[in-house]
Design a protein around this ligand. Structure first.
Ligand code: SF4
Ligand code: SF4
Length: 147
């Protein structure tokens, strides 16, 4: 076995340690945005409305350890569901590795720089609207792009 290859090329998601698994997250923050589904077409749209626990400037969850208890809609990513969660952005490392696509060259594990995800234009904007500041009926007006 070639041990020079990085863990994300030699291990399956299920074989990774907790630290390796966590390090796959590029910190883009796009799974913390509200998304809308068109049930007829299956299309998914991204908004500029973020989960109430999301710190848009730091691009981080402010209560990561308790996120599932605090936000029941916060989906737990696992090696088993990473491939099938079609609403995850196509850039998400979990989705990409689950689909055998490898990591993009801007990924922080490759660049060694957390800010490379922002420079590549993948990270969310710091100017997001917190969900508790907008009425559910207005979410459609906050769509920014198709995902
Ligand atoms: S979309 Fe994927 S890579 Fe981006 S913050 Fe969410 S889990 Fe991490
Ligand atoms: S609870 Fe935290 S990890 Fe989950 S969607 Fe909200 S900000 Fe993101």
């Amino acid at each position: 076995m070639n041990t020079d290859r990085p863990f994300w090329e030699t291990k399956t998601l299920a074989e990774m340690s907790k630290a390796e698994w966590e390090s796959l997250c590029d910190g883009c923050g796009r799974c913390c945005l509200y998304i809308l589904h068109n049930e007829e077409t299956g299309d998914v749209f991204e908004t500029d409305v973020a989960c109430t626990l999301f710190d848009a400037r730091g691009r981080r969850c402010t209560d990561y350890e308790n996120r599932h208890a605090r936000v029941p809609d916060c989906v737990a990513l696992t090696p088993q569901n990473a491939k099938s969660l079609s609403w995850l952005p196509g850039t998400c490392a979990y989705r990409r590795l689950a689909r055998g696509e490898g990591l993009p060259d801007w990924h922080p594990l490759i660049t060694g720089d957390r800010d490379s995800v922002a420079r590549a234009g993948i990270a969310v904007s710091p100017d997001l609207i917190p969900e508790d500041a907008i009425d559910d009926g207005l979410l459609e007006s906050r769509i920014t792009k198709a995902r």
